[in-house]
Design a protein around this ligand. Structure first.
Ligand code: AMP
Ligand code: GLY
Length: 421
């Protein structure tokens, strides 16, 4: 197939890599891609979605896969579908499950999907009043997309009030903060669950855990994610079934009732509290770096899964996963997540050991290529992925691979998957 992938991160690289590893040959295009995706296909520079759709028509692209949330919330799927193109991802309407936290929370409440007790409001008085019904810590969230920074965990009521005032005044997040959610803090362990959906049916992928904080022991500032592993032993069959029955099934039914059937990846951020899965949030795309560790675990065709999901035919296929584990360790640049860093040359040692060669790989993210030299020029630069028969083996391999990657300022966490070991 000729396949177009939207996005530029490690997530998109890992999808492309999995598709390239299939037996059938595929030709890949990226908008915009990164300095390493042009080894897997052709990078484009077409920012306008109508022009991009025209490119897809002219070049007989058979499937488009959207990686990040921004184009989904902007409605790229609607634009492509109007022109008769096949594209994997939710409509603009359905993407509100991520684009607006108010929409998401009200949806959860309407369809009785367990979530943290909350208020949704644009009124500073109502928000303050609600905080008084909660015990600290208190969670304050901006309504709109804030690049992963829109959630404040306030340690006391005063901090919560400051966060609310700064959001509602537009000071902290502009228009994205003009409505807020204030909610109770849930104490438990966090999971990332992914359901690939076609509007009616879905495939639930192995549960993963991300590591959002910059430093070991979950300390330091929040990031996009510093590493992930799957499947996590923290989820047993009973918990999977609860997520199916209490979250995914009512969400797909509910979205049909809202006239916005959900196609694409439903990413469920879950907090498990006393054995019960409580929905923290939805995203409408794969997690990054979760995608980088789920793709290598898929043994059936990745491109076919996306194609069938985009054409309401998921019920026709069986998606299969290996019995192994995958661990991904993010390598970030020196100033991440505070500010950008000076581009640094990346040196990759040759992998001489067959075991490491066969069971590890790199998913490239914030990299550029100049005169044949690869530079680290983004926040999260790449992900070293290890696969193994146990989490420990997968993790050891991932860290061995990390040792073979060098650039000035490189930063990693050394405790990825600690909750499973
Ligand atoms: P979100 O952008 O909604 O995923 O929130 C970012 C992170 O904040 C989540 O991954 C959780 O770690 C944390 N978080 C969000 N809501 C809550 C909550 N109600 N209780 C505890 N932690 C939360
Ligand atoms: N790794 C979490 C996210 O992609 O939002």
């Amino acid at each position: 197939m000729k396949i177009l992938i939207l996005g530029s991160g490690g997530r998109e690289y890992s999808i492309a890599r999995a598709i390239k590893n299939e037996q059938e040959e595929h030709e890949l295009f990226f908008q915009p891609g990164n300095g390493a995706t042009n080894n897997l296909g052709t990078n484009l520079n077409i920012k306008d979605y109508d022009e991009l759709a025209q490119f897809a028509i002219d070049n007989k692209i058979e499937l488009t896969i959207v990686g990040p949330e921004a184009p989904l919330v902007d409605g790229v799927v609607d634009i492509f579908k109007e022109k008769g193109l096949t594209i994997f991802g939710p409509s603009k309407e359905a993407a509100q499950l991520e684009g607006s936290k108010v929409y998401m929370k009200n949806f959860l409440a309407k369809y009785n999907i367990p979530t943290a007790r909350y208020i949704e409001t644009a009124s500073i008085e109502d928000a303050f009043k609600f905080t008084m019904t909660l015990t600290a810590p208190i969670v304050v969230k901006a309504d709109g997309l804030c690049g992963g920074k829109g959630v404040i965990i306030a340690q006391n009521h005063d901090e919560a009030k400051i966060a609310i005032s700064e959001m509602l005044s537009g000071k902290s997040f502009g228009d994205a903060g003009l409505k807020v959610i204030v909610e109770e803090f849930l104490d438990g362990y966090e999971l990332s669950m992914f359901a690939v959906c076609d509007g009616d049916d879905y495939i639930l992928l192995p549960a993963a855990q991300d590591h959002k904080r910059l430093l070991n022991n979950d300390e330091g500032p929040n990031t996009g994610g510093m590493g992930a592993y799957a499947p996590t032993p923290l989820v047993d069959e009973e918990l999977y079934q609860k997520v199916r029955d209490r979250v995914i099934a009512p969400t797909l039914d509910g979205m049909k009732k809202e006239n916005a059937p959900f196609e694409g990846v439903l990413f469920i951020g879950i907090m498990v509290v006393n054995g019960e899965p409580i929905t923290l949030e939805f995203n409408v795309r794969f997690g990054d770096p979760e995608c980088e560790i789920l793709m290598p675990l898929m043994t059936s065709s990745v491109s076919d899964m996306f194609l069938k999901a985009s054409t309401n035919r998921l019920s026709e296929i069986k998606v299969e996963f290996s019995k192994q584990f995958a661990v991904g360790v993010v390598m970030a640049s020196g100033n991440y997540p505070y500010s950008s860093s000076t581009p640094a040359e990346i040196i990759l040692d040759d992998v001489k050991h067959a075991e490491i060669e066969e069971n590890t790989h790199i998913s490239f993210a914030g990299v550029s290529m100049q005169d044949g030299v690869l530079y680290a020029d983004g926040g999260r630069v790449l992900v070293c992925v290890g696969v193994g028969d146990t989490i420990k083996e997968a993790r050891n391999r991932a860290y061995l691979r990390c040792g073979q990657v060098h650039f000035v300022g490189k930063k990693i966490r050394t405790d990825i998957a600690y909750q499973a070991l």
